[in-house]
Design a protein around this ligand. Structure first.
Ligand SMILES: NC(=O)C1=CN([C@@H]2O[C@H](COP(=O)(O)OP(=O)(O)OC[C@H]3O[C@@H](n4cnc5c(N)ncnc54)[C@H](OP(=O)(O)O)[C@@H]3O)[C@@H](O)[C@H]2O)C=CC1
Ligand SMILES: O=C(CO)COP(=O)(O)O
Length: 333
């Protein structure tokens, strides 16, 4: 029987993942919360609002019936923004079938609690359902167009990570697995904060040297935090760390980088968000990454500066000056 999967969240990434899974031969239901929008996607065979020019394969059904999507599926793939994760899981909990698994493609921490994705899953679902986290350098548009990409799939349950990797792997999509959930989750959340920082620096015209320094020192911050959370520093050297950090910091497809570029033009976060019109995870992630770092006594100067700009406490120019004033130190500490 054909493998059936429901992709929950019909934004740019959910739509791209649904298209890829359908191309791979799965029978896919793409769920979104707006019934009118979903009917239009189903009829036009394209998600014009979030992923234009990427036609939906025949094996993809788009609609707004969550109960049917869950009932018809072997596994679920959740691709809503991370601020919606707890609400989505709570809605899903009574609908889930025994042993039904979830893959989660959010990149961020829970607002206000600073919890990692696997901690929110444990709070809501306990250990009743296998789950994995998908992360890595993957712009939705390139995936939707069928261009090559590579991701990391992390789970405490190695077999479940491998299962999802095999489902996604192929047709130009490479999937690697990992058992380091905190390492992979911190990579996905913190790289968005760094991309805002690099966007600010590039927007202020600080040059290629500054960009490379911010990416490298940003990676050092991410490694320190991941280790303090029980993750492995070397995970941050992989696709979900350095891979995604470099992608997001250097290409204008990144909404987080574009946020930084707009902040450098003295636009407010609200003005920049209205211009971007899609989720910019780093805005909510910055204070949460900082909260976790402070709780664990981890120094994260770039994250601190980005969070201060986002809350309007200092300007982009002042943030750069603040970072430049830091004393000299040994590189590997
Ligand atoms: N886009 C990309 O290239 C990549 C994104 N990701 C991650 O995927 C996640 C989703 O991002 P992305 O698809 O890009 O976001 P988009 O901004 O493209 O779309 C967000 C989608 O989520 C829906 N949504 C928002 N809030 C809720 C909610 N409370 N309940 C249910 N649905 C909701 C929106 O619906 P509505 O239209 O009704 O508001 C919309 O369909 C993020 O964590 C992101 O970091 C990961 C890798 C790549
Ligand atoms: O996570 C992404 C690519 O891997 C998308 O980055 P942005 O959210 O900054 O667009």
């Amino acid at each position: 029987m054909t493998y059936q999967v429901a992709v929950l969240g019909a934004g740019s990434f959910g739509t791209a993942l649904a298209i890829h899974l359908a191309r791979r031969g799965a029978s896919v239901r793409l769920w979104g919360r707006d019934a009118a929008q979903m009917a239009e996607i189903q009829q036009q065979r394209e998600n014009a609002r979030y992923l234009p020019d990427c036609p939906l394969p025949a094996k993809l059904l788009a609609d707004a019936d969550l109960a049917a999507a869950v009932a018809d599926s072997d596994d679920l793939l959740l691709a809503t923004p991370s601020h919606a994760l707890r609400g989505m899981l709570s809605t899903l909990q009574p609908l889930l079938k025994a042993g039904q698994g979830l893959a989660i493609a959010c990149k961020g921490l829970e607002p206000d609690s600073g919890k990692l994705i696997h901690e929110v899953v444990a709070d809501v679902l306990g250990a009743a359902h296998p789950f994995s986290v998908i992360s890595g350098p993957t712009f939705a548009k390139e995936l939707g167009l069928g261009l090559p990409t590579a991701v990391t799939i992390a789970s405490d349950d190695r077999h479940y990570a491998e299962k999802f990797a095999h489902l996604l792997h192929g047709d130009g999509f490479r999937a690697y697995w990992s058992e380091d959930l905190p390492g992979v989750e911190i990579g996905g959340a913190a790289k968005n904060v760094m991309a805002i920082g690099v966007g600010i620096a590039d927007g202020l015209g600080l040059g290629a040297n500054t960009r490379a320094a911010l990416i490298t020192r940003g990676l050092a911050e991410m490694m320190r935090l991941a280790e303090a959370l029980g993750g492995k520093a070397e995970t941050l050297m992989g696709l979900s760390g350095m891979g995604d950090l470099v992608l997001t910091c250097t290409d204008n497809q990144s909404r987080n980088r574009r946020m930084g570029l707009l902040l450098a033009q003295n636009k407010s976060v609200a003005e920049a968000s209205a211009e971007i019109r899609q989720v910019v995870e780093g805005v909510k992630a910055a204070p949460e990454v900082l909260r976790v770092a402070q709780r664990l006594g981890v120094e994260m100067p770039i994250t601190t500066a980005v969070a201060a700009v986002l809350t309007g406490r200092i300007s982009a120019v002042e943030a750069v000056a603040q970072l430049a004033k830091r004393p000299a130190k040994a590189e590997l500490t």
